[in-house]
Design a protein around this ligand. Structure first.
Ligand code: ZN
Length: 400
């Protein structure tokens, strides 16, 4: 049985690392993220797990010997001033599920590993799902050279943690895995609106991340007549509105420009360069959405005689989760008294990487309120305990 008190205590304990009140700033590949890994690894090694960290700073805690493994976990990093539950709750519930099975002396035919993925958010280096992408051999070339705002590269950050700075070396053979399970807060309002604590994920939306650079011409804001300008920010503004219009016009699609920088950035200078982020997601025809937005970037840039270049940072297709694992999770949630609905995830998750690598993959959502990626994000200990128990039931079914 799940120890609800222990789970609640650990939720508080983990949230203190990088925490300030209900806010958590525990960036990927930081010293705080490592402290969180040490804490979690310590709990599980005390229960007899073999704990190891890979070249991308993912940590695995293994129970059992050889054979196809059940992998279960989530991530330990957060966005800056994020909440206490995104990622962390999935690791905590995986730990609790495993501990409860060990304490009940459950006979497991297959080995089970708890994983805490590194740098899922990509808040620091712009590479989301970093750790799981590395572990499934899906990193693009040169990712280790990506730098944060202080000029520290991913390779540098890994070396500072004691690794060699080669995240691609984290690759493991996906055929060694019998299944991957992840519990995560919903980060949306559907479970709360339905009055249900748990859901089962059917699909994860396709996600496209890019950095767009618009090059115009910096010039004197007083002396340059309007017809002689190549204003990079005005062009970028038109693109921002086009992203909104295109996403609104398509079903199950969202598009966001959440970050923008203007150079040289002075009130009396026509903007010469503008760099902004692009986040495009869709549950269907994701490629069509990306194509339409990129076509509008090109046409707006050419109409305004500025130069546009698009640096694709990540592109993950729509991911359908495994129907058999979905059934296992349905049974597992039913056994804790919840008739869990099937939900599409609008957020990206580490689960995409095993799923796209052919590992049978499933996800449980736990009801959350107050939004996500904010200190208001909330999930109750009661809901978390139900989720952990469902996870334990699913592991038991898959591993015995
Ligand atoms: Zn997350």
């Amino acid at each position: 049985m799940i120890d609800r008190k222990r789970l609640g205590r650990r939720m508080t304990e983990l949230a203190r690392i990088g925490g300030d009140g209900t806010a958590v700033s525990r960036l990927g590949l930081s010293a705080d993220e490592q402290r969180a890994r040490d804490l979690v690894g310590g709990w599980l090694s005390a229960k007899g797990a073999i704990v190891r960290r890979d070249a991308a700073a993912n940590v695995f805690a293994r129970f059992g010997d050889e054979g196809e493994t059940i992998l279960v976990g989530s991530h330990l990093d957060s966005v800056p001033e994020g909440g206490r539950f995104d990622g962390a709750l999935g690791v905590l519930c995986a730990v609790e599920a495993l501990e409860s099975l060990v304490e009940a002396k459950t006979k497991l035919r297959r080995p089970v590993e708890v994983v805490a993925w590194a740098d899922e958010e990509g808040a620091r280096f712009g590479v989301g799902l970093f750790g799981s992408t590395a572990a499934f051999g899906r990193l693009g070339r040169g990712v280790g050279d990506r730098r944060d705002r202080d000029g520290v590269s991913i390779a540098d950050a890994l070396r500072a943690l004691g690794e060699r700075g080669d995240p691609a070396a984290a690759r493991r053979d996906p055929t060694e895995l019998a299944a991957y399970l992840e519990l995560h807060i919903e980060q949306g309002p559907r479970l709360d609106a339905a009055g249900l604590p748990l859901g089962v994920v059917s699909d994860i939306v396709g996600i496209y991340h890019a950095r767009v650079t618009i090059r115009g011409r910096a010039d004197h804001a007083g002396a340059t007549v309007m017809t002689a300008r190549a204003d990079a920010l005005a062009a970028a503004s038109e693109i921002v509105l086009a992203v909104e219009r295109i996403a609104r016009g398509r079903s199950d699609s969202v598009g966001t420009v959440g970050e923008i920088r203007v150079r040289p950035g002075a009130k009396n200078v026509v903007p010469g360069e503008c760099v902004f982020s692009l986040d495009l997601r869709a549950a269907r025809d994701h490629d069509g959405l990306v194509r339409e937005v990129l076509a509008s970037v090109t046409s707006i840039a050419s109409a305004r005689a500025v130069e546009a270049s698009v640096d694709e940072l990540a592109r993950v297709p729509v991911t359908a989760l495994d129907p058999r694992i979905r059934d296992v999770l349905k049974r597992a949630t039913r056994s804790v008294g919840v008739d869990a609905p099937e939900l599409v995830s609008g957020a990206g998750h580490d689960a995409q990487n095993p799923a796209l690598s052919g590992v049978p993959t499933g996800m449980i959502f736990v009801r959350s309120t107050g939004g996500s990626h904010t200190p208001r994000e909330f999930a109750s200990v009661d809901d978390a305990a139900l989720g952990a128990q469902a996870l334990a039931n699913a592991i038991k079914e898959l591993a015995s």
